[in-house]
Write a protein that binds this ligand. Structure first.
Ligand code: NZQ
Ligand code: ZN
Length: 391
């Protein structure tokens, strides 16, 4: 029975030159801003200069936290939180991709916490209060621009953990697809895989009554399948970049999960790979997804894969169910390969050494998944299947 509360609070300004709203939007929430960004892509593209110009023209004071790493570190969060506390920051503006936005979100929460912000990630302390944040997105992937989640890494403990709070949803996000023209092909591929994985995590479910959500999810998958390869080959194709960008936001903002039991097992597994080997999130997802699909395919789940194969990949619905399901999984893998994404753990420098520890880490809070529940032994088998050369 469908039963849910709709609440997607982020205001979205979508399209070319929407940055013109930046000054007025920031002023709605604060007057002393922490500008958070990454390793320099926004300086190269000229976006940094434009943001600074707008803030200066609007007489908005700001400080900067630069150098936020991909797989953002807790050390950057700590640095940002100190800056906020010492300078009475009242608004955080994240300009960049998912890592920058996630870092900004946890800084925003840490501003109101006296202890170590890592406590939020380990669930030692709940997030109570959060500074308002806004984002200017530069890469279509995580959906962090419109969701309440953040994922932070701790290199000292080999942990990559997620947290969430409703107030960590950005107040506004400026989504100008032209800012993603400079994203390199490899990140475009990883981003597309990340968006698709978010859709899979919501799509494959035991809840059968959320018909509309499932059809929307299929439309989003088809959008990635159509436009991912175009953006990969033609980085300045506005139509492709725009469709990917909007799909990234809608895939994880709640729209397609309302009223559904969701999955989120591939993400739990991938975060272990990133925690130990600092790999790109979307690369790990693309690699693991087909192995996970094969592993969970059984009499209980086959109908879900048939629906996926027929509705998303256009496979003929006549014929053996398992043949259709396996073909859909093969097409998924082939799609990722066509975007230059790897299929074996060895290709990204991962061998057997930490598989068992990572499998345990993936289920640290209990079994993962719902469509088919996975324990540490299952996760280890999935990791192992991604190591061998013939599966
Ligand atoms: O640091 P800069 O110089 O900006 O370069 C970045 C970085 O090297 C570069 N980049 C970004 N925009 C660019 C660009 N290069 C050229 N032109 C542009 N326009 O891309 C590299 C990767 O950036 P990153 O922020 O790490 O990418 P992504 O957006 O994929 O974020 C990944 C992080 O988000 C987490 C992941 O686990 C990972 O830590 N996730 C966050 C989620 C959320 N908040 O809801 C959900 C996701 O499932 C995911 O777990
Ligand atoms: Zn993801």
């Amino acid at each position: 029975m469908l039963n849910f509360n709709y609440d997607i609070p982020t205001k979205v300004f979508f399209g070319k030159d929407q940055i013109s709203v930046l000054g007025e939007q920031v002023k709605k929430y604060g007057s002393k801003v922490l500008l958070v960004y990454g390793g320099g892509s926004i300086k190269k593209s000229g976006l940094y200069d434009r943001v600074v110009e707008i803030l200066n023209n609007a007489n908005i004071q700001f400080l900067e936290l630069s150098g936020v790493e991909p797989n953002p570190r807790i050390t950057s969060v700590r640095k940002g939180a100190e800056l906020c506390k010492e300078n009475n920051i009242d608004f955080i503006l994240a300009v960049g991709a998912g890592s920058v936005i996630d870092c900004a979100k946890v800084i925003a929460a840490a501003n109101y916490y006296d202890g170590d912000p890592w406590d939020f990630l380990t669930r030692k302390a709940p997030i109570q209060k959060v500074l308002p944040i806004g984002t200017i997105l530069t890469l279509a992937a995580t959906g962090s621009e419109m969701d309440p989640f953040a994922v932070i890494s701790n290199l000292d403990t080999n942990e990559k953990l997620a947290t969430a709070h409703p107030d960590m949803s950005p107040k506004f996000s400026i989504l100008d697809p032209t800012y993603t023209f400079t994203v390199p092909a490899s990140q475009t591929a990883a981003g597309t895989a990340d968006i698709m994985s978010h859709i899979y995590e919501n799509y494959f479910s035991n809840t059968k009554s959320a018909y509309l959500q499932s059809r929307m999810a299929e439309a989003m998958l088809k959008t990635c399948i159509k436009y991912g390869p175009i953006a990969y080959k033609e980085p300045e194709n506005y139509e492709a970049r725009a469709n990917l960008m909007w799909t990234s936001s809608l895939a994880i903002n709640g729209l397609i999960s309302y009223g559904k039991e969701t999955e989120w097992s591939v993400h739990a597994m991938e975060h272990e790979l990133s925690a130990f080997y600092d790999i790109t999130h979307g690369v790990g997802l693309a690699l693991l997804t087909p192995y996970w699909m094969k592993y969970i395919l059984n009499d209980d789940t086959v109908d879900g894969f048939v629906e996926y194969g027929v509705n998303v990949w256009g496979i003929d619905s006549e014929g053996d169910k398992f043949e259709i399901a396996n073909k859909a999984i093969d097409m998924t893998r082939e799609f990722f390969v066509s975007l230059g994404l790897p299929t074996k753990l060895q290709e990204i420098g991962i061998d057997r050494e930490n598989l068992e520890t990572m499998a345990k880490g993936a289920v640290r809070y209990g079994e993962i998944g719902n469509f088919r529940k996975l324990n540490a032994e299952d996760v280890l088998k999935i990791f192992e299947s991604a190591l061998s050369s013939d599966s």
